[in-house]
Design a protein around this ligand. Structure first.
Ligand SMILES: [Zn+2]
Length: 419
């Protein structure tokens, strides 16, 4: 399994300057390749990453001596990436419009988040340093903790810091999770996750998320307002952005990085803990983009980082030899009573605030999230044949309204019940 290990770098000022130049070279090569690709296409030729790379090498030899100041991987990999971008785009063109993910490659612009790649045979790692070609040894904050074959690395600048991300084809040394253990995880915005490892509601654990957005939003808004005002002024006067403006943008990018780090930390703690303890984990397939369309929910929903949690669950379960079962988007985990199986629970948008409810059929009192987690767990127990990442089919008693299949808009209304 290929895993990335991101390590903070500690470059000196001169070294940071060199790294920035390498990022710039990578960007230049990408843009040059894209322009060349378009030119070849318009001239009726058949461009490919290899022909572009050959032309780039000939062109830089005669015209661009400064590209030799930095490692050849920076520009070489950028052009290979351009080829991948075009391949993805052309492959997507054959799919129906709604399933497409990739757009036509666009020119890159100078930004505060940049990177370049280094090939595996071009760099060396020592205990607390890395040797970058044409630069020399740069200090790192820690050593690579994964065992396996090193596939390559990316040097990137984000949130005001330099990072080295090493891709390793790792050998998993993790302990397998205890056999036969199943848990249901109900993800929500009020409590980040409610975990049911047994059939009893009293045993359900709840993990409250950090909600960093609520805390940092004021500062982000203020900075963004200032930056946009300044941009507007500069445009009106026809001047370049000032040094102070650059610092402000850097401060904003640091704030965003902090937000992301807080989110990632919570997600890693949750997923590591659960994949260690349970062999099978059942989660819901939440329609996050649909829920984010509702303005009153969007912030709270996006603050949880559900997508990241699901991604981490999947690769960590594979590392521990476990599996993740994904419940269908229309599985009514909140509405089913876990005692009698009747659809008597809170339903619809109006019932979003209900935390406790009593089943009208059997009279059992339920906690909304714990009940949902138990239902998800039973789904995992009932379907031992599903493998990691499989979507569980809907039970026969649940039917999707015909209208929701055709119209994606009504789908969003249905999924509000999960939060
Ligand atoms: Zn009941």
């Amino acid at each position: 399994m290929i895993l990335g290990h991101t390590i903070a770098l500690d470059p000196t000022q001169d070294q940071a300057c060199h790294l920035r130049r390498a990022c710039g070279t990578a960007r230049f090569a990408y843009n040059w390749g894209l322009a060349e690709w378009r030119r070849m296409h318009n001239a009726g030729e058949k461009p490919s990453a290899n022909t572009i790379k050959r032309r780039w090498n000939a062109f830089r030899k005669s015209q661009l001596p400064w590209t030799y100041d930095v490692t050849k991987c920076a520009s070489g990999q950028a052009i290979l990436d351009l080829g991948t971008a075009f391949n993805n785009f052309f492959r997507d063109c054959k799919k129906p419009k709604r399933q497409r993910k990739f757009r036509y490659p666009r020119f890159k612009r100078k930004s505060l988040n940049e990177s370049f790649d280094i090939w595996a045979d071009q760099f060396d790692l020592d205990w607390d340093k890395v040797r970058i070609p044409k630069l020399g040894w740069v200090r790192t904050r820690e050593n690579v903790r994964l065992c396996g074959v090193i596939m390559g690395a990316t040097v990137s600048f984000s949130g005001g810091r330099w990072f080295l991300s090493v891709q390793v084809d790792a050998i998993s040394e993790r302990q397998p999770a205890p056999q036969g253990t199943v848990c249901g995880v109900d993800l929500g915005s009020r409590t980040l996750a409610t975990i049911a490892g047994t059939d009893s509601e009293a045993d359900a654990e709840s993990v409250s998320g950090p909600k960093p957005r609520r805390r940092l939003l004021g500062r982000i808004k203020r900075l963004q307002r200032r930056i946009s005002l300044q941009k507007h002024r500069a445009k009106k006067l026809g001047i370049k952005a000032s040094r102070r403006q650059y610092c402000r943008q850097l401060r904003l990018s640091k704030l965003h990085a902090r937000l992301a780090n807080i989110r990632k930390d919570a997600a890693h703690k949750l997923t590591s803990d659960l994949t260690r303890r349970f062999e099978t984990i059942v989660i819901e397939d939440l329609n996050v983009s649909g829920m984010a369309k509702n303005h009153s929910l969007a912030g709270a929903v996006l603050d949880c980082g559900f997508h990241e949690i699901r991604r981490q669950f999947q690769y960590k379960a594979a590392m521990h030899g476990g599996r993740i079962v994904i419940a269908n988007r229309f599985f009514p985990s909140t509405q089913v009573c876990c005692k009698c199986g009747c659809l008597t629970g809170p339903k619809g948008r109006e019932a979003l605030h209900i935390e406790r409810w009593v089943c009208a059929e059997c009279g059992a009192e339920h906690n909304r999230d714990a009940n949902a987690a138990i239902n998800l767990r039973s789904l995992g127990l009932a379907k031992p044949e599903l493998t990691c990442g499989d979507m569980a089919p809907l039970p026969a008693c649940v039917s999707i309204p015909a209208s929701t299949v055709d119209e994606p808009q009504t789908e969003t209304v249905l999924t509000f019940e999960h939060i």
